[in-house]
Design a protein around this ligand. Sequence first.
Ligand code: CO
Length: 200
Amino acid sequence: MIDDLFRRNRAWSIARQERDPDFFPRLARQQRPAYLWIGCADSRVPANEIVGLDPGELFVHRNVANLAPPSDINFLSVLSFAVAVLKVQHVIVCGHYGCGGVRAALLDERNGIVDHWLEPVRGTYRRNAARIEAIGSEADRVNALCEFNVQDRVQDVAATTIIRDAWAAGQKLAIHGWIYGLADGLLRNLDVTVAGLEDS
Ligand code: CO
């Protein structure tokens, strides 16, 4: 099984070089992505592939349920590097329908350590419980919470001092909230973009 991955890797590397001989030397010199993607770790939501971007074009951070916790040094390090060094112009928080992490938070399941990680999603549920509980089917309630989760995580990103200081210094930077449909492979814009201190 594992050997197969190396075979696939060699085939991919050769095919890329045949299409564009300078591809790897160019990337080895520098990355200059215009976007930071904050998405779910779910294997069905491959960031670059969904938006048709090549290596070098998308800076990616993924975790369970696409969270942006201000206590997570991993997330903060990625965000800081993306904003201060790479100077990305867009941060995309991308959730997906049918998210297992969101479902676990909604149903208050017990899965171990990840339950602690999912606390921000339970907070989002508590703040929107009336609207979510008015929805008929469980799958639709999960999907509604998936959308509310993206909205709140966009606000979490916008509330970081990393973003607020960048805006205060005049850096152009927009934070977007999108959601991906596993069933059709399509992205939807939730139209919750925050592009400056006056929006947040
Ligand atoms: Co997910």
